[in-house]
Design a protein around this ligand. Structure first.
Ligand SMILES: Cc1cc2nc3c(=O)[nH]c(=O)nc-3n(C[C@H](O)[C@H](O)[C@H](O)COP(=O)(O)OP(=O)(O)OC[C@H]3O[C@@H](n4cnc5c(N)ncnc54)[C@H](O)[C@@H]3O)c2cc1C
Length: 666
């Protein structure tokens, strides 16, 4: 048994993992990062449209600040998120975007003077002030009151990941590529690292660490129709679940992005609509204003996706030989804009559709896009249940996003959470808890268990084909656990997935090669992905309300009285066929922004009994002080949870220090 020792083991070389590793390294910890692929190929590179941070530099961002970003994020989440975490996030995001600039991210910048933009299908001339010349600019995105999404053309994730990855190299942090964490080393109370499989030669190794951080991204590949890369299979979340002690939070909260090209499912960024693109139906009619007269195409993603599916169901979908879809029209933006700010979109359309989006409409339909759920952690990224285990990025349920993530808030989360969680990991390592006394017998036991499991699977000759099980799971999830859910459909999904899980114990392999054997890897991962799929489907079946991206046709109202709580899914016994669900209440009495109307559709939520009282308290405090920082501090203190160097106020060109009424629309 080969054993590798380190202080901090980061599982995942995307934006979140690398940034967390850098933070821990800066505090003197020895860090090793594991990744399935070279870090620069991680899925973060696919992020197109941008990163939210309330800099307020551009004219249409004027007046933006942490309060506005916070309000948008909480409303976007449909009040399902952790408001303290949201505060920590919005406060740190401006610092993160500026740090990235210093690390070489070539953010698009404000150009002083007049420029033409498209707003609500009209050409409008904006005049950017001279004082903002050269500062980081921002574009409009869905569900936001201000233009807040900082961007690098439509290759934002690519630019960010290259900068952070180069920084990792500069700091001499070793990245062990083509390595897959296959289980966690733990004794039921504390995590001591992971058992890892070399994807080239199939050898297993033990990585023993004082702290372990899972940053393995999302699990979109449990769906057939997804914008996610093939490596987004959620194995990091699955190995945490399989400890039996660590719960996954809000797994039923799955985001569907409105504009995936049809039928391939490849994303074209929300920046297309942010920059003025329109959604049209079979008749060429712009239909979103009919449903959402205020925000139109720039309503929150869950709302737009739902409206699109409803419009298709109403017979207004266009049709090609693959099925029904709608159109995204960016022709009105003009060739120069598309070539400059949406050039990746142009290439995607050319390569995968054979069209020029400056001249032709893009066929689109919503597809699975983002996992709001994941490994449940506290505000410092410490996973529930196992000391020494942390998680951040899309793999985690830090719970910034609740039941719907705003566009641009994910890459921002990866770096912000990386900064905060990385420091918490360093604190942990430096504390008495960080001392590690692990027995070699425990490491050996965990290692032997995986060696036995892999050799059993490699020799399995049962009648089930892993690829077939995988595809059936993906079809089932897309068909029954999608944008519009019903009790009947979810029951079908749960029963089908249960039977697939049972069948996965009888998989047969044709090739027993131990090394780079795709059949073996598929078989091994499918068993784990089925458990994740069951957490999603069963959680959705139990949640008899609609909140954010979780929309139940049979329970269309948000029900705060019963469901203002986070789902925790456990897999306590390996023989279990469905997860055990528990719930964690969200405390209205401590919310800075008590539940209210999001600003879409009708106001018909079922209120929580504490909402009115808390709202009255908040209103009274607002009446007492006009200083927004003092008001915030009295409503819901959060700065003490941040590392000291991140606590200070953010500088802006024109600070808006007066507290604003935090109503749904402006
Ligand atoms: C097409 C697309 C466009 C997007 N655009 C935007 C955008 O414009 N703005 C925005 O905010 N968000 C966007 N998002 C979302 C955002 O890109 C992701 O949520 C975010 O980048 C995830 O980062 P991460 O570091 O958590 O995970 P990832 O970048 O997915 O990295 C995961 C890492 O984990 C490694 N890994 C996985 N499993 C294992 C294992 N078992 N062992 C070892 N290593 C493992 C992988 O190799 C990889 O290095 C977009 C998403 C998609 C799909």
């Amino acid at each position: 048994m080969q054993v590798i020792h380190t202080d901090v083991l980061v599982i995942g070389g995307g934006l979140a993992g690398l940034r967390a590793g850098l933070a821990a390294r800066k505090r003197g910890q020895q860090v090793i990062v594991l990744s399935l692929v070279p870090p620069k190929r991680s899925h973060s590179a696919a992020a197109q449209g941008g990163m939210q941070a309330s800099l307020g530099n551009t004219l249409k961002g004027a007046g933006d600040n942490e309060d506005v970003h916070f309000g948008d994020t909480v409303r976007g989440s449909d009040w399902g998120n952790d408001q303290t975490v949201a505060r920590m996030f919005v406060h740190t995001a401006p610092k993160a975007v500026r740090e990235l600039a210093a690390w070489g991210v070539p953010w698009n910048r404000v150009e002083a003077g007049e420029r033409d933009v498209i707003i609500d299908s009209q050409r409008v001339t904006l005049s950017e002030p001279a004082a903002a010349q050269g500062l980081i600019t921002a574009r409009d995105f869905g569900g936001t009151k201000k233009w807040r999404t900082c961007f690098v053309s439509d290759g934002t994730g690519h630019a960010m990941l290259y900068a952070v990855s180069d920084r990792t190299i500069a700091e001499n942090i070793p990245v062990h590529e083509r390595m897959e964490a296959v289980s966690l080393i733990h004794d039921g109370e504390r995590c001591y690292g992971a058992i890892v499989r070399n994807l080239i030669d199939g050898k297993l190794l033990a990585y023993v660490a004082r702290a372990t951080c899972i940053a393995t991204g999302g699990f979109g590949r449990i769906y057939r129709s997804t914008t996610n890369a093939v490596i987004n299979e959620g194995i990091g979340a699955a190995i945490a679940l399989e400890t039996g002690i660590v719960p996954l939070g809000n797994m039923e909260a799955v985001q569907f992005h409105p504009t995936a090209i049809f039928p391939a499912g490849i994303l074209v960024t929300e920046g297309c609509r942010g920059d003025g693109g329109l959604l049209r139906d079979v008749d060429g009619h712009r239909f979103m204003p009919d449903y959402e007269p205020e925000k139109k195409e720039l309503a929150s993603r869950d709302v737009v996706s739902r409206r699109m599916e409803a419009h298709i169901r109403a017979g207004k979908g266009a049709r090609n030989r693959f099925g029904e879809h709608l159109w995204l029209d960016i022709t009105l933006l003009g060739e120069a804009h598309i070539n400059g700010k949406l050039r990746e979109v142009k290439e995607i359309c050319q390569h995968f559709l054979g069209i020029d989006p400056a001249k032709q409409w893009i066929p689109v339909r919503p597809a699975q896009h983002y996992s709001m759920g994941g490994i449940r952690t506290d505000a410092h990224g410490q996973a529930y249940g196992l000391r020494g285990l942390f998680a951040c990025g899309e793999a985690a349920c830090w719970d910034l996003h609740g039941f719907n993530r705003l566009g641009g808030n994910s890459v921002a989360e990866t770096v912000v959470a990386g900064m905060i969680v990385g420091e918490a990991i360093a604190d942990f390592c430096a504390s008495p808890e960080g001392e590690m006394h692990v027995s070699t017998a425990l490491v050996r036991e965990c290692y032997d268990r995986e060696v036995a499991a892999f050799s059993k699977l490699a020799g399995a000759r049962g009648g089930e084909d892993a690829g077939t099980l995988l595809r059936t799971m993906q079809e089932t999830m897309t068909e029954y656990v999608g944008i519009v859910r019903t009790g009947e459909g979810l029951t079908t999904a749960v029963e089908t997935l249960k039977s697939l899980l049972l069948r996965s114990h009888h998989i047969g392999l044709r090739h027993s090669a131990p090394g780079a054997n795709p059949e073996l890897v598929t078989a091994w991962r499918t068993q784990k992905m089925l458990k994740l799929a069951l957490c999603v489907a069963y959680g959705a079946l139990q949640r008899s309300e609609s909140r954010g991206a979780h929309y139940r046709e049979d329970y269309p109202r948000r029900d705060d009285a019963t469901w203002l709580k986070r789902t925790l899914a456990y897999w306590r016994d390996p023989e279990q066929r469905i997860p055990t669900l528990e719930y964690e209440a969200l405390d209205v009495r401590r919310m800075e922004l008590p539940p209210g109307w999001r600003g879409y559709g009708t106001r018909d939520a079922i209120d929580h009994p504490d909402t009115a009282r808390r709202q009255a308290e908040v209103d009274a405090l607002r009446a007492q002080t006009g200083d927004r920082h003092a008001l915030q501090q009295s409503l819901m203190p959060f700065r003490h949870l941040l590392p000291e160097h991140l606590r200070g106020d953010n500088a802006r060109l024109a600070p808006a220090d007066t507290a604003q009424p935090n109503e749904a629309k402006q």
